[in-house]
Design a protein around this ligand. Structure first.
Ligand SMILES: Nc1ncnc2c1ncn2[C@@H]1O[C@H](COP(=O)(O)OP(=O)(O)O)[C@@H](O)[C@H]1O
Ligand SMILES: [Mg+2]
Length: 210
């Protein structure tokens, strides 16, 4: 129910594999809590039971022949569930939402990675999200080789099996989107230690807390 209070803020974490997105979600939510802000942590694809089932399909290397249009539509199918059941209700109650990946990842992975035109993705973005856009996107940036070295050893999902050319396109597209909309993005140097990265993230979020 809408309490009539202020809408919560919507913060997304983006970046290539191994950037430290999943590592940084909890420290950010804890930092917000210390400032008296009630925030939830969630992720994409996923965030509801149905969307997590779609995530499992998207990441499962057994489905390596899944077509790129089906992949794109599944990403947005999961997103529609996540927005309706989790993100919008939380924001309407005044809670902040910290999300590990969101639509920037779709432009980067399905757009640049799989080479689907961004205009086509923008149509789905408008359709599924309406006016909803992140208030702040933290782009955890680091060299592809550094990210790859960090995830070496964990069993690679359907995306992590892509080669470095794919991830170079993904990284370049994230950086290009950040440069095109500097008011929404903060680029974080993610090659530093986890605690240095957490501190940079806290500084990048401060302006929203005022
Ligand atoms: N700043 C960091 N420096 C070194 N290793 C890190 C750092 N941040 C995360 N890691 C480690 O790198 C791996 C990938 O981190 P993760 O948070 O899962 O990245 P992502 O979610 O962006 O793919 C994990 O093993 C994690 O412990
Ligand atoms: Mg992760």
């Amino acid at each position: 129910m809408d309490t009539g209070g202020q809408r919560g803020r919507f913060i997304t974490l983006e970046g290539i594999e191994g950037a430290g997105k999943s590592t940084q979600v909890a420290p950010l939510v804890e930092a917000l809590a210390r400032s008296g802000i009630d925030a939830i942590a969630t992720r994409e694809p996923g965030g509801t039971p149905e969307a997590e089932a779609i995530r499992a399909l998207l990441l499962d290397p057994a489905y390596r022949s899944l077509g790129k249009d089906a992949e794109l539509l599944l990403v947005f199918a999961a997103r529609a569930e996540h927005i309706e059941k989790v993100i919008r209700p939380a924001l309407q109650r005044g809670r902040w939402v910290v999300c590990d990946r969101f639509t920037d990842a779709t432009f980067a992975y399905q757009g640049a990675g799989r080479r689907i035109g961004s205009a086509r993705i923008a149509v789905l973005e408008d359709w599924v999200q309406g006016e909803l856009r992140p208030d702040l996107t933290l782009l955890l940036d680091l060299p592809v080789s550094t990210g790859q070295a960090r995830i070496r050893g964990r069993s690679a999902d359907r995306f992590e099996r892509e080669g470095s050319a794919f991830f170079e396109r993904v990284r370049a597209t994230y950086l290009e989107r950040a440069r095109e909309a500097p008011e929404r993005y903060r680029i974080i140097d993610a090659s530093e230690s986890p605690s240095a990265t957490s501190a940079a993230i806290r500084r990048a979020v401060e302006h929203l807390m005022a």
